[in-house]
Design a binder for this molecule. Structure first.
Ligand code: LFR
Length: 491
């Protein structure tokens, strides 16, 4: 059955994934993989959006040279980041990277104007300094000309879709990551805009995942020498696509989308907006078929990726499997960090920050590469237990295990340690969660799958799922008690 392509853009790389259905099973083939290199210009970190657009066109060209007739495409990426389109229909400036420093300390400034509780009550979105609401506020504080000249605000996949189709829309799952969309009124929150001096006109009609967003425009087809095909709005927030691909059979399930970020939570039918969810800083991001992701961001493998980048710069290159092997050989439970400490958010020297964290908490800092990696991975697994348990508490559900999806599941040590930490089985797979969820929503849009549950069943039948049973329960239990005390996360 027909060929469709998912463009799945991550913070460090992107891919074009070809999807086909054969004998009721999904087959995926990577057509194109490219790096996504943020660019520091002066004081600011930006995305190279035109490069990403170029790579999408390369993906379409590669399909063409392989003789593949692509029937439709969809795009997903990280959330929160955006560009403005000016009155002449052109992009104004390069989108800021969510790790840029321009939003440092901006939350407190905004809260002086508009209390956090009001924002949470209107949006149900967790407070992260990089949410679009804070980025816009930082631009306003800096008197950015974008706000005078900008006509429309488009999120990263919205922008790329616009370049491809000429149509401007805001897709729902990604719209919710702005922290400006009201899921109760089911529309952009005009009151928040007015209070903050943002213009209604920046935000357009909101497209549901699974609707047609347009066709490739003539100029693109001409340039690439391909026929026009539909571009679907999928769950364009990558975490939305990843959760769409969780091969759960039970309507109540816990997931961990494991990549640069670790996103842990459950799927709910209605957003959970109350004092407790605000206090625990949980979010309610929009998903497919009217669902919400009640989840929490955990800093994730970013700390390891960034450590590796540092070692590389110092002339010591290690592959991820090498790093994991060294961690496996290091002494267990020597030092812990809270991965979500703000120390670890911005790019920089992670081993030095880990040492700083350890000094501040009276621990002996890990020194060898293996010890550092072990500290990161154990701390992540222990943080997973903490968030797993509060997900149960908040949602009033009990989960009998954890589904892990995303590239991070190639780290088998992390999967095993996650099972050990939570004391329940981990089911790992598929690793290409976001791309598969992107494909699945295109098939739903085409009427090939009835709904997301049929898609999840087919995903389950198509990809290997590895079960990790909890081990070493006593040692992990003691480690958890120490971790909670040292990090103070329960306070
Ligand atoms: C994961 C992700 C997270 C979001 C972060 C920044 O790739 O999309 O869900 O919080 O990136 O957008």
């Amino acid at each position: 059955m027909g060929n469709i392509v998912a463009f799945d853009l991550g913070a460090s790389s992107g891919r074009a994934m070809l999807g086909r259905l054969t004998d009721g099973k999904i087959e995926i083939t990577e057509l194109h993989r490219f790096s996504n290199d943020p660019v520091q210009v002066g004081d600011h970190l930006h995305w190279d959006i035109l490069r990403l657009y170029h790579e999408i066109k390369q993906g379409l060209l590669i399909a063409k040279t392989q003789g593949i007739d692509v029937e439709s495409i969809g795009i997903d990426s990280w959330g929160v980041d955006f560009g403005f389109i000016g009155k002449n229909g052109e992009l104004i400036g390069n989108p800021y990277h969510y790790r840029d420093h321009h939003t440092d300390h901006i939350m407190e400034k905004l809260f002086a104007e508009l209390p956090a509780s009001e924002i949470f009550a209107s949006t149900g979105i967790q407070f992260l300094q990089f949410n679009t609401i804070f980025q816009l506020y930082a631009l306003k504080q800096a008197n950015s000309p974008w706000l005078q000249e900008g006509n429309r605000l488009l999120m990263i996949p919205d922008l790329l879709r616009y370049f491809l189709t000429g149509n401007m829309h805001n897709e729902f799952s990604n719209a919710t990551t702005t922290q400006l969309f009201n899921p109760i009124k089911y529309q952009w929150d005009k009151e928040l805009f007015n209070r903050l001096g943002f213009h209604d006109s920046w935000f357009g009609d909101v497209l549901q995942p699974g609707s047609k967003a347009g066709m490739l425009q003539a100029s693109v087809c001409e340039e690439l020498g391909i026929p026009s095909i539909p571009v679907y709005a999928v769950a364009e927030h990558d975490t939305g696509s990843a959760v769409a691909a969780v091969p759960a059979t039970d309507q109540s399930f816990a997931y961990l989308s494991c990549g640069t970020w670790s996103l842990m939570g459950t799927e709910v039918q209605e957003p959970v907006i109350n004092e407790l969810s605000q206090k625990l800083n949980f979010t309610n991001e929009g998903g497919v078929e009217g669902t919400y992701r009640l989840l929490k961001n955990i800093m994730g493998l970013w700390i390891l990726q960034e450590s590796r980048r540092g070692w590389e710069k110092a002339g010591k290159s290690y592959s991820f499997p090498e790093l994991v092997q060294m961690a496996g050989a290091a002494k267990p439970f020597s030092a812990f960090i809270d991965p979500d400490d703000s120390l670890f958010f911005a790019p920089g020297d992670m081993p030095a920050r880990i040492a700083q964290y350890c000094r501040q908490t009276g621990q002996q800092a890990p020194e060898s590469v293996g010890e550092i990696v072990r500290c990161i991975l154990e701390s992540l697994a222990l943080k997973y237990r903490f968030v797993f348990e509060i997900t149960e508490r908040l949602s009033g559900q009990q989960f009998n295990g954890l589904h892990m999806v995303g590239g991070g599941i190639q780290n088998t040590l992390l999967c095993q340690w996650s099972a050990n930490a939570i004391g329940k089985p981990v089911w790992a797979g598929p690793s290409e969660g976001s791309a598969i969820g992107n494909l699945a929503v295109q098939w739903i849009a085409q009427g090939v799958f009835k709904d997301i549950w049929e898609a999840r069943q087919v995903i389950r039948d198509s990809f290997p799922i590895v079960e990790y049973k909890p081990e070493e329960q006593e040692a992990w239990g003691h480690a958890y008690d120490r971790f909670v005390k040292l990090t103070g996360i329960a306070e």
